[in-house]
Design a protein around this ligand. Sequence first.
Ligand code: UDP
Length: 246
Amino acid sequence: MERKRDTVDILGVMVDRASFPDALETARDFLGTDRAHAIYTPNPEIIMKAYRSAEYTAVLNRADMVVPDGIGVVYGSRIVGKPVAERVAGYDLSCALLAYAGETGKKLYLFGGKPGVAETAAEKIQELYPGIVIAGTTHGYHQNTDHVAGEIAASGADIVLVCLGAPKQEIWIDQNKDKTGAKVLIGAGGSLDVFAGTVKRAPAFFRKLNLEWFYRLLKQPSRLGRMMDLPRFVITILFHGKMQKG
Ligand code: UDP
């Protein structure tokens, strides 16, 4: 039976309003079905990319679940007047689903990152969730990624973390998910780098104050250009609201 989604339209992208536990339950339910499900985890940068591309918006809107990864998306939903329950960070949702996969002996495939990162991430994940079965790994810099879906299918994976950055990861999932035999594919951005330890997550202090984006900026000042999408995102939503009301 098709799940009825409760979503909010943020600049054309339909974002699920579910709480973290509900989003996790939905992802677990996907694992029990017999078809592939796409889960995307957009932050304001990704939604701005979609705002500039009708094609990418269509890709995101073909997902089975879209969780509000950044605090900016949570604020965006409030401005639109249909607030999401809470922030659902893609990394946290992936961890919770992997914990469940560990308990139930599910198979995981890791796709993305620089050569070596997925293997190191796999070792760390195996330590964190001992029951999980690592079905395979591959890096994210193949000239041609057409063969990857077949490799995932041969591996028998149930869950795939696709970490190629946006919009590559969502486009790859959209075009290939039905060939992988997997039940859940998550566009998980830099998560493999975090598992592997090549990129650190913001300390709890920053996370509590919703300043994870600021911590990233301090660590990687080169992200400033990309991060200008955050104020642009808020301004665009405000402008849109005015247009719709006026
Ligand atoms: N990445 C990849 N293939 C590519 C481009 C990026 O595997 O062609 C990986 C990159 O190594 C990183 C991840 O995608 O591990 C996320 O990249 P980025 O930080 O640009 O994405 P974000 O999640 O911040 O948008």
